[in-house]
Design a protein around this ligand. Structure first.
Ligand code: C2O
Length: 586
């Protein structure tokens, strides 16, 4: 296999990506935002060298390759307190892994605190050497292929969120005694930019603000087909995304090719990815040939304080052989075409500002979970897996609670989750401890290890149970490390195994790594919606399982699946062995 080596240098600096009046301290990768795109081919060996040069902010960090299953290389998964110690300022960590059997659209991001606001970049895995683009802007010369799909070029749309508050202050707020409710972002960024404003109807002349980079522009050529890789690297909102006057055909979700499915807009949760094909039309004279790419909030209304839905970018037709028709970017706010398209379908009477149906689970878009089908019919192994009786059912019930000291945390099955002694994890990671299934409690939890042990070869169903947090029942995107999963069922209220164990309401589940738990009206037990995901345990290791809303994860909405630790390859060099060792038990 080819070895591809990348060197990522994480530094602290200041950023003002939405042209608001001030900059805020952030971490960046190689001084770029979004972080550089990493391109590899299926089967490659990948080495990523991470330098933590964030000496000014003086914070530790770590990087996770989201969606990469890390077969046999759990030590490269990048989760502090689970697979490594966070990398202290001035130190280096080396990830080595093989991209064994997956291709498609992934990303990488910091896994510490709120650093993923800006430490996030695309990771694209090509099916073979042939489809690896030499230069993504030279689509004239090359037709690209992926499975049955053909296109002239590809572009990345990376979504993120931006707060007018230092990320360290946000961490202090979420972990401190003053926490009341989640604070939505001030801006939605597309490929790292937008223009902050609170009023859609006002036009904005940014030419007077010399340092403002304005909206991102995706340059494409007329009469071509493009694959747009949409990366949900936002950390809070579930977003709608539409491209004015262009329909989208979904062909990939979380790295799996799907049967073509045409939509006017896309719903994308934190951590999810989709590829869509779009066809560009004719170049028109006397117009700008600019089309708005816009986002809308889904499932949660605007936060108090008037945070605006200002995630915009432009698709621009530029004709290389007709230079006179090339448009100059005109920073006038777009017609709200995309947003309106997004709303019509699900919320015909939804007015932008305040109203959202109280329990939007009733409006779950049918297509989202029924009509997108996997590209290839399931093979025998998958069918067996999908129809098997589970060897193990784990129910994770997460509740948001005020602790006695007035801090707010998520409890998992009533317990504080992320308190782990590092020496125990170091022993686990090096195969020095084996697990006895006899000592699990009724939830399948091993209290002394703070993990949910499972065995290699098992079919494991994990029920993700929503409960109300404060007055609200929220949507939560759950992400599995080390395995992708099939979402096989979901329902309202509280999951009760004897009643709901046989429900299978997803006729064509697709292998994903982030699935949503949709909110519902709470029942007597306080449960307000659940999803059941199925994994096949084929990858020994310690694997995080968490809500991909970063603030929720930071507040503890995370569990660890411990799969056959005695089979973890114990002779690998482990960079932070000494770090682990300096945390004695007490
Ligand atoms: Cu993309 Cu553990 O996360």
């Amino acid at each position: 296999p080819t070895l591809r080596r990348f060197e990522l240098d994480i530094t602290s600096t200041f950023l003002n990506p939405d042209c608001q009046n001030s900059s805020y301290p952030v971490l960046l990768v190689n001084n770029q935002f979004p972080a550089p795109t990493l391109r590899v081919v299926k089967g490659d060996d990948v080495e990523v060298i991470i330098h933590n040069s964030a000496t000014t902010l003086n914070v530790s960090t770590s990087v996770h390759f989201h969606g990469i299953r890390q077969y046999g290389t759990v030590e490269s998964d990048g989760v502090p307190e689970v697979t490594q110690a966070a990398i202290p300022p001035g130190e280096t960590f080396i990830h080595r892994f093989r991209v064994v059997d997956q291709s498609g659209t992934y990303f990488y991001h910091a896994h510490v605190s709120f650093q993923d606001d800006t430490v996030q970049g695309a990771l694209i895995v090509y099916d073979d050497e042939k489809s690896f683009p030499n230069d993504s802007h030279e689509e004239n010369h090359q037709t690209l292929h992926d499975g049955p799909y053909q296109y002239d070029g590809e572009r990345i749309l990376q979504l993120s969120e931006w707060w007018h508050q230092e990320f360290l202050d946000r961490e202090a707020y979420y972990m401190g005694k003053d926490f009341i409710f989640d604070k939505g972002a001030n801006s939605i960024l597309i490929n790292g930019r937008t223009v902050h404003h609170d009023n859609y109807n006002s036009s904005l002349d940014i030419s007077t603000r010399g340092d403002c980079p304005g909206y991102s522009v995706l340059d494409v050529q007329p009469n071509k087909t493009y694959r747009i890789r949409v990366i949900g690297s936002q950390s809070f909102r579930t977003l709608g995304l539409a491209i004015g006057q262009h329909k989208m055909t979904i062909i990939e979700s979380d790295g799996q090719l799907t049967k073509p499915y045409e939509v006017d807009w896309l719903e994308i949760g934190p951590g999810q990815r989709f590829s869509v094909l779009i066809h560009t039309g004719d170049m028109k004279k006397d117009t700008d040939n600019l089309f708005p790419i816009s986002t809308s909030y889904r499932w949660r209304h605007r936060s108090p304080g008037g945070h605006s839905e200002n995630g915009f970018a432009y698709l621009r037709y530029s004709a290389i052989d007709q230079p006179e028709l090339q448009t100059v970017f005109k920073p006038v706010l777009p017609e709200r075409t995309g947003i309106e398209i997004a709303q019509e379908h699900e919320y015909p009477s939804y007015t932008l500002v305040n109203e959202l149906p109280a329990f939007p689970r009733k409006n779950l878009p049918d297509w989202f979970w029924r009509d997108i089908a996997p590209m290839n019919d399931y093979n025998e192994v998958e069918l067996k897996l999908l129809n098997a009786l589970p060897d193990r059912v784990i129910k994770l019930r997460s509740t948001s609670v005020k602790l006695e000291n007035n801090e707010t945390r998520y409890l998992m099955n009533g317990r504080m989750p992320v308190v782990r002694e590092q020496h125990i994890l170091a022993d686990l990671m090096q195969g020095r401890m084996s697990v006895s299934m006899a000592h699990l409690d009724e939830d399948g939890y091993a209290p002394d290890r703070h993990t949910f042990p499972i065995k290699k070869g098992e079919v494991v169903d994990i029920v993700l149970q929503n409960t109300q947090s404060g007055r609200n029942c929220l949507i939560h995107p759950w992400h599995t490390h080390g395995h992708s999963h099939y979402m096989i069922a979901s329902g309202l209220g509280e999951y009760i195994h004897t009643t709901h164990g046989d429900i299978r309401n997803y006729p064509t589940p697709i292998l994903r790594d982030v699935s949503m738990v949709y909110p519902s009206e709470p029942d007597e037990s306080g449960g307000c919606g659940w999803s059941k995901i199925r994994i096949y345990a084929d990858n020994p290791g310690l694997w995080a399982l968490h809500c991909h809303i970063t603030s929720h994860m930071v507040q503890g909405k995370m569990a660890v699946i411990e799969e056959s630790p005695e089979l973890i390859n114990s002779h690998k060099l482990y960079k932070y062995d000494t770090e682990w060792a300096i945390h004695p038990s007490n």
